[in-house]
Design a protein around this ligand. Structure first.
Ligand SMILES: Cc1cc2nc3c(=O)[nH]c(=O)nc-3n(C[C@H](O)[C@H](O)[C@H](O)COP(=O)(O)O)c2cc1C
Length: 186
């Protein structure tokens, strides 16, 4: 069982990373092999809409997304982490998400099969209801690519990793989500 985690924050040691790592730690304790990729530090362009992937099944772009397609293919389950930036996922996570177009076939079936997923979202605002609509929309987008979010961990009101790491309720939720992810990987 392999769990690949994708962190969409430009801060490699930020709030999102801290929570994602706790999900991965839970999955590893349940026997999974975990790997964390910081897409916020990579160079991933948006989709060019050339539609070549419709013919070949592969994206023509030679950027940092290329190795991530291999990681996605190999993974049995995934963790998708993003801070809320201006009411949605970060631009880096959106570019990653748009590029998943190439892993959806003409019949809108996911080429890499279905994989269980956990969404980790973090936000500065304290109100957990504020971005529920946006989180629903993210889950819908990833579901189309075969990444089926079974649990969402939302950390509100944090700006520093140290502070979220001190929040035992969120960290315990994250760890339990990781355990469950490894046990229920599709
Ligand atoms: C450019 C930018 C935009 C942001 N937009 C929002 C926002 O719309 N709503 C919100 O609640 N927090 C917003 N935040 C705060 C972050 O979502 C929050 O601090 C998050 O926990 C940071 O996660 P990170 O440490 O993993 O980067 C924004 C932060 C930045 C830098």
């Amino acid at each position: 069982m392999r769990v690949a985690a994708f962190v969409g924050s430009p801060r490699a040691d930020g709030v999102t990373d801290a929570v994602v790592r706790e999900v991965v730690r839970g999955a590893e304790d349940a026997g999974a092999d975990g790997a964390v990729f910081h897409i916020g530090l990579l160079h991933i362009s948006g989709c060019h809409a050339c539609l070549k992937c419709r013919e070949t099944g592969e994206c023509v772009q030679e950027d940092d997304m290329k190795p991530l397609f291999s990681e996605l293919r190999k993974a049995d389950a995934v963790v998708l982490g993003t801070p809320i930036y201006f009411y949605y996922m970060t631009a880096q996570m959106k570019a990653f998400t748009d590029r998943l177009f190439s892993i959806i076939d003409r019949g809108v079936a996911p080429r890499f099969g279905r994989k269980a997923a956990v969404l980790v979202a973090t936000q500065g605002a304290d109100d957990p209801e504020l971005f529920q609509e946006q989180l629903r929309s993210m889950r819908g987008a990833w579901d189309m690519a075969g990444l089926r979010v079974q649990d969402t961990i939302l950390a509100c009101g944090f700006e520093r990793a140290e502070d979220v790491m001190d929040d035992s309720e969120i960290m315990e939720r994250a760890y339990a989500a990781g355990l469950e992810l490894a046990r229920s990987g599709i």
